[in-house]
Design a protein around this ligand. Structure first.
Ligand code: NAD
Length: 437
C-alpha cells in the first residue's frame, strides 16, 4: 500500500523524510513537488514459499518499494536480512531517489528486501529464495520500470539467478532488469568495488581541502563486506592507516594500522574479521586488540566509515564520536538527532546519498552497457565514475560553503533542485493556476 498516511509505525521512513524540512529552506522547489516526494509511488509486500532441503516449506516475507520515478526507471538494491521491514525498505527507497538525483543519473529510487537470515540457508535454499522473490515481484520490476541491484547479504551470483528467473518468466534474455550481475552474465567491469571506490574518490578530495596528508589520516571502518572492504583496500593502497575494522561478530584495532589485503583474505576465508585475532599463528602475525562495534565508533580517528547498517550513530553515542570526518558508506547510519549533535561538534559528515553513490553509478553504467550490448574496459568505468563523483562532490561542497549549511543538507538541496526542476516541468500549481507559463 502506498504510504499516504503518516503512521507512527513508520519510524525509519519518517526519520528519513524529516531531513527534507531543513533542505527545503535552501532548495529551489515548489511545496507541491515536495509533497510528492513525501510519499512512495508504490509499495509491494509478497509472501515467498521456499522449499527447504529437508522437504519442509518455509514462508518468507519480501518487499519492493518504488519511491519516485520522475527522473527515470526506479533503481535500488535488494537486501536479505532478519531486520528487513516495510518502513526500512521505504526509507531506503527514499534515499535512492535522492542519491540518483545527486549523482545526476536518469533513475528514480526503489529498494527491496526479504526478512531472512541468509546465513541460515543452504546454497540451494538461497537460490530457491532468490528465484521465488523475483517470481513474486516480476510484474513490479523491469528494465524500463524498476531495476534492482545487490545490497546487504546479496551478491553478484544472487543477481545472476534473479536475472535468469526474470528472463525465464518473460521467455527472453533481459540482462538490463538487474545490475550487479557477474561479468559473464552481463555485469560491468568495476561494479564489484564501485561503492567503496566512489567513497574513496570523495575522501581523496579531503586532504587537499583540509591540508592533511593521507598517511596522517587514521581510518576506522564498521562493516567489512563489499563496501567496507573495497574502501579499506583503496585507502590502504594510498597510504591511509586503517586502524580498525569490524563485522557483525565484533572488531579489531591496531593504532599502527593493518595490512588490509591480509585482513580481506582472512575475512573472506574464515568469514570473520575476529579470526584475524584469535587463530593461532595468525594472531601472532597480526597484532590487534578486540573491540566491540560500539567501541569502534568511538575511536579517536580522523575518518570513521560506517559501512554496515542504518542507525549506528544516534543521540545515544553522537557526543562520543571523536572522528573528524564521518563517511557514510552505509545507508542511513546516522539518525537525524545525531546529525545535529555531530554538526554542532564540528564533525564533517559526507552523507550516504553522496558518499555511497558510486555503487548505483556503476549500476547505471551496467544498465547502459546492457542496453547497448557493448561493454567498456575497467579503465573507462573508473574514469567515468571518478568524473561523476568529483563533479557532484564539488557541487555539494560548493552549496555547503555558499549557504553555510552542513554537507548532508547541501546534498539534499542539490538533489531537490534537480527533482524540483523535473517535477515542475510536468506542471505544478503555479502553472495550472496561471501564475506561470
Ligand atoms: P555486505 O553484506 O557485503 O556487508 C555487510 C557487512 O556489515 C558485513 O561485513 C557484516 O558482517 C557487517 N555487519 C552486519 N551487521 C553488523 C553490525 N551490527 N555491526 C557491524 N557490522 C555489521 O553489504 P554491503 O553491500 O557492503 O552493504 C553495506 C552498507 O552499504 C549497507 O548499508 C548498504 O545499504 C550500503 N550500500 C551498499 C552498496 C553496494 O553496492 N553494495 C551500495 C550503496 C550502499
Amino acid at each position: 500500500m502506498p504510504g499516504h498516511d503518516h503512521k507512527p509505525a513508520d519510524p525509519i521512513f519518517e526519520d528519513a523524510v524529516s531531513r527534507l524540512a531543513k533542505a527545503l529552506r535552501y532548495a529551489e522547489i515548489e511545496e507541491e513537488a515536495v509533497e510528492r516526494l513525501r510519499h512512495p509511488k508504490a509499495a509491494l509486500e509478497v509472501s515467498i514459499p521456499v522449499r527447504m532441503d529437508d522437504g519442509s516449506l518455509r514462508m518468507l516475507t519480501g518487499y519492493r518499494v518504488r519511491h519516485d520515478d520522475t527522473l527515470g526507471p526506479t533503481k535500488g538494491g535488494i537486501r536479505f536480512h532478519p531486520s528487513v521491514g516495510l518502513s526500512e525498505v521505504k526509507a531506503l527507497a527514499f534515499w535512492m531517489t535522492f542519491k540518483c538525483a545527486v549523482a545526476n543519473l536518469p533513475f528514480g529510487g526503489a529498494k527491496g528486501g526479504v526478512t531472512v537470515n541468509p546465513k541460515d540457508l543452504s546454497k540451494l535454499e538461497l537460490e530457491r529464495l532468490s528465484r521465488g522473490f523475483i517470481s513474486q515481484i516480476a510484474e513490479f520490476i523491469g528494465p524500463d520500470t524498476d531495476v534492482p541491484a545487490p545490497d546487504v547479504y546479496t551478491n553478484p551470483m544472487i543477481m545472476g539467478w534473479m536475472m535468469d528467473e526474470y528472463s525465464r518468466i518473460h521467455r527472453r534474455r533481459v540482462p538490463g532488469v538487474i545490475t550487479g550481475k557477474p561479468i559473464p552474465l552481463g555485469g560491468s567491469q568495476g561494479r564489484d568495488d564501485a561503492t567503496g571506490r566512489g567513497g574513496f574518490y570523495c575522501i581523496q578530495e579531503l586532504p587537499r581541502r583540509h591540508g592533511m596528508a593521507p598517511k596522517s589520516m587514521r581510518v576506522a571502518i564498521q562493516g567489512f563486506g563489499n563496501a567496507g572492504q573495497s574502501v579499506a583496500r583503496l585507502l590502504h593502497a594510498e597510504g591511509y592507516p586503517v586502524v580498525a575494522v569490524s563485522d557483525s561478530q565484533g572488531g579489531i584495532y591496531n593504532p599502527k594500522g593493518f595490512d588490509v589485503p591480509s585482513l580481506i583474505h582472512f575475512k573472506n576465508t574464515t568469514r570473520r574479521v575476529e579470526a584475524v585475532y584469535c587463530h593461532g599463528s595468525v594472531c601472532e602475525a597480526v597484532d590487534a586488540d578486540r573491540i566491540t562495534n560500539e567501541e569502534l565508533l568511538e575511536l579517536d580517528v580522523d575518518l570513521l566509515i560506517p559501512a554496515a547498517l542504518e542507525d549506528q550513530i544516534t543521540e545515544g553515542n553522537a557526543d562520543k564520536i571523536k572522528a573528524r570526518t564521518v563517511v557514510e558508506l552505509a545507508n542511513g547510519p546516522t539518525s537525524s538527532a545525531a546529525d545535529a549533535i555531530l554538526h554542532d561538534r564540528g564533525v564533517l559528515v559526507i552523507p550516504d546519498i553522496l558518499a555511497n553513490a558510486g555503487g548505483v553509478t556503476v549500476s547505471y553504467f551496467e544498465w547502459v552497457q546492457n542496453k547497448m550490448g557493448y561493454y567498456w574496459p575497467l579503465e573507462e568505468v573508473h574514469h567515468k565514475l571518478h568524473e561523476i563523483m568529483v563533479r557532484e562532490f564539488d557541487g555539494v561542497y560548493e552549496i555547503m560553503e555558499s549557504k553555510r549549511i552542513d554537507l548532508r543538507t547541501a546534498a539534499y538541496v542539490h538533489g531537490l533542485n534537480r527533482l524540483g526542476r523535473a517535477i515542475a516541468a510536468q506542471g505544478t500549481y503555479r502553472f495550472f493556476s496561471g501564475q506561470s507559463d
